[in-house]
Design a protein around this ligand. Structure first.
Ligand SMILES: [Zn+2]
Length: 368
């Protein structure tokens, strides 16, 4: 699935344009769409989507199970993946997405295939691209579920941006671009500046909406009865400290949120992200049935090969970071020294410092 013709042309483009310019175009204007187009060959996945809005398509992936897969190259209405599950009594929607229009799109799609009431909508974690559209659910009386810390993390992370002076807020990131000692460092810093600028603008046009059904991780796993097969909500460490997954064990389908990035470098910037925790979580996912279908937070639906691929990405970052660490390279320098190997060259880096740089920083602090 990593070898689609679009991926090949992507690689050709990269080799023509030079590694770094191509990579940084990915942080903004030209997101990778090749991966979003690749659909695994699995009889559970409907070949034709229920709806394809360009920015996202919704596809049946099991009995009462649907996946919303975003294609950010065609627009940022949803940006992350999500989906919904329903039985004869109720439905559970997954993700608030990055805009209320994204959440509305998913709700409208649910209504094309089922009229059962929505028991709730769940943010897999608090990050903006999964929660800035929550207000749609609030306005429509749909209970919003999330890890118990989501409300606080949304408030602490995004409220300070609202009404703040943009230039002041971005100054730290602007300075990193200005003060860069090498062209490589400048490009890395620029990708972070672009990402923070986008986030700042989003926070200033979004109404923050907090879960009104906090799920205490100490009381998980939670069995949810939608009037069909059993589904279960579980907590796993790794990406944000608020990461919940939804599993339909009988159908071997798992909605993982950002605990899986498929075909993209993982975002490791969160203060509660833990690389060792995340790698342990992926080891657990890898121990599940070989026919498990995963709906990742970003990128196409995958099987166990997607888990394996992300584990290899972490292995490679850790291996390169370990060499730098053992040869005494300070962390401030090490963050820019990771070299994307050829085997990962088609993969998107959303923002260097928020993905690769932060992974290296966290590994260094785990080793110290
Ligand atoms: Zn995230």
């Amino acid at each position: 699935m990593f070898e689609s013709s679009a991926a090949v042309s992507r690689r050709q483009f990269i080799s023509r344009a030079g590694k770094f310019s191509a990579l940084y175009s990915l942080a903004g204007a030209i997101p990778l769409n090749a991966m979003a187009a690749a659909i695994p060959d699995d009889p559970r996945i409907a070949p034709t989507p229920v709806v394809n809005a360009g920015f996202a398509s919704v596809r049946k992936i099991g009995d009462g199970l649907y996946a919303t897969i975003s294609d950010p190259s065609k627009g940022f209405t949803t940006t992350c993946n999500g989906g919904f599950l329903f039985g004869k009594d109720a439905a559970l929607l997954i993700e608030g997405f990055v805009t209320p229009a994204g959440a509305a799109f998913q709700m409208e799609t649910l209504r094309r295939v089922s009229q059962v009431p929505a028991a709730g909508a769940m943010d897999t974690h608090y990050h903006f691209d999964h929660s800035m559209g929550n207000s749609f659910y609030g306005a429509n009386g749909i209970q919003l579920w999330g890890h118990a810390a989501v409300a606080q993390r949304i408030t602490e992370s995004y409220a300070p941006m609202q009404g703040a002076d943009r230039a002041t807020f971005l100054a730290r990131y602007e300075n990193r671009v200005k003060d860069a000692k090498t062209e490589l460092q400048r490009q890395h810093a620029q990708s972070d500046l672009t990402a923070v600028g986008t986030l700042f603008d989003l926070a200033n046009k979004s109404a923050l909406t907090l879960p009104n059904r906090p799920l205490d991780p100490a009381k998980l796993p939670l069995q949810v009865d939608l009037g069909h097969f059993p589904i279960v909500i579980e907590y796993y460490p790794g990406h944000s400290g608020t990461d919940l997954i939804v599993r339909a064990p009988e159908q071997k389908v798992v909605y993982t949120g950002d605990l899986i990035f498929n075909g993209r470098f993982p975002a490791c910037y969160d203060e509660m992200a833990t690389i060792s925790g995340w790698r342990a979580t992926l080891k657990t996912f890898a121990s599940w049935d070989k026919d498990t279908l995963f709906v990742p937070g970003h990128g196409p639906i995958c099987g166990q090969e997607g888990v394996q691929h992300l584990r290899e990405v972490f292995d490679d970052i850790a291996e390169q970071a370990d060499k730098l660490y053992k040869s005494g390279v300070p962390v401030a320098e090490a963050v820019d020294r990771y070299v994307i190997p050829d085997k990962f060259m088609g993969m998107e880096v959303w923002a260097w410092g928020f993905c690769i740089g932060s992974a290296i920083t966290k590994l260094y602090s785990e080793w110290q």
